[in-house]
Design a protein around this ligand. Structure first.
Ligand SMILES: Cc1cc2nc3c(=O)[nH]c(=O)nc-3n(C[C@H](O)[C@H](O)[C@H](O)COP(=O)(O)O)c2cc1C
Length: 321
């Protein structure tokens, strides 16, 4: 099941009229959810970087929930980003810990829609003002989605809006956000795309144990590889032993194309994958680095825990140097 982590950047949720409503709706409707309230966790702005990074590593979907302050995130949330998105965590040669995670900005805006326009008093669109956060997501390798935001969310009694109005807009906001989360976590092609990224990330590392791979192998698993045909978990282990005697860990699988089509309750996944790897001296490649292009066709299904199960796995060599 997909796990959702919400970072609440409101500096004082007790005084909030809208962010608090959105958070309540999320709590009621997402089963695997961790809401991290920065206002109560870090009133002194002293962020526990380790705890925050661990929470993010467990997440499939990361939502930043905040009130729009001075065209950006509140100071506490900016401090959280500065501290948590560190070197070799979110960026840098080993900074792949957020790669492939879905990233959603969800925020409440005081000004009306028409003000966020070249002719309005706020001049720029909300999407333009979000560019630094969008690029932050890209640098960390996360999947950036269209932000979810709602205008006219300031409530000052007798001056701006009515409490019922802003709270009703907050509930509508939550419902749009929930439907996006639902699409990302329940939509088969999204589940499969994400799985493919994880699968090849595991292959890049070539771990000694095959536990992760075997979790996704069906009882009817069959594999047709350039090295021959293999079946079941035992067959997978035989093939894996051959592969790990040829390729060194920390190789690079780049999924250049992917297409998922539905076939009843199964899915066909067609892939074009480029593998760049170092090889061992006593393998057929005699320690030469290889650059290999393969076409792959998989038959998969999705089980009741939204986990992908592979039934058939075919790999055809296109080219190598
Ligand atoms: C310090 C501060 C800065 C704000 N900056 C903006 C802003 O740049 N643009 C805007 O449209 N609204 C701005 N607002 C209005 C907030 O976005 C609005 O009060 C908030 O979204 C309401 O959320 P809440 O009910 O959860 O507190 C600002 C409010 C505060 C307190």
């Amino acid at each position: 099941m997909s796990h959702v982590v919400v970072i609440s950047g409101h500096p004082d949720l007790e005084s909030s009229n809208t962010n608090t409503v959105i958070l309540d709706e999320l709590k009621q409707n997402i089963s695997s959810l961790d809401v991290r309230r920065l206002d109560t966790l870090y009133p002194d702005y002293n962020i526990d970087i380790e705890a925050e990074q661990q929470a993010l590593v467990k997440a499939d979907v990361i939502i930043l929930q905040f009130p729009f302050y001075w065209y950006s995130v509140p100071a506490l949330m900016k401090k959280w980003i500065d501290d948590v998105f560190g070197y070799n965590f979110a960026y840098g040669s080993k900074g792949d810990k957020l790669q492939g995670k879905d990233f959603i900005l969800s925020f409440t805006v005081g000004g009306p829609e028409e003000s966020y326009d070249p002719l309005g008093y706020n001049h720029f669109s909300i999407e333009e003002l979000m560019r630094p956060l969008q690029q932050t997501a890209y640098l960390a390798g996360m999947n950036y989605h269209k932000p979810v935001y709602t205008h006219r969310m300031v409530y000052i009694s007798g001056v701006y809006n009515k409490l019922e109005e802003v709270q009703s807009r907050a509930r509508q906001h939550a419902s749009r956000l929930l439907s996006l989360v639902n699409d990302l976590t329940q939509e088969p092609s999204n589940i499969i795309n994400k799985f493919v990224a994880q699968w090849f990330k595991a292959f890049d590392q070539l771990p000694k144990e095959t536990e992760y791979f075997e979790k996704h192998i069906g009882s009817d698993f069959s594999m047709s590889m350039p090295e021959g045909k293999f079946s079941g978990a035992e067959g997978f282990r035989d093939w894996y032993a051959i592969a790990t005697n040829v390729f060194k860990p920390n190789c690079d699988h780049d999924v250049e194309q992917i297409e998922v089509t539905s076939q009843g309750d199964q899915y066909t996944v067609e892939l074009r994958v480029r593998l760049k790897a170092e090889t061992y001296p006593d393998s057929d490649f005699e320690a030469q680095p290889i650059n290999m292009l393969v076409n792959e066709v998989w038959q998969v299904s999705i089980d009741e825990n939204s986990s992908v199960v592979i039934h058939d796995y075919q790999v055809m060599l296109v080219d190598h140097s």
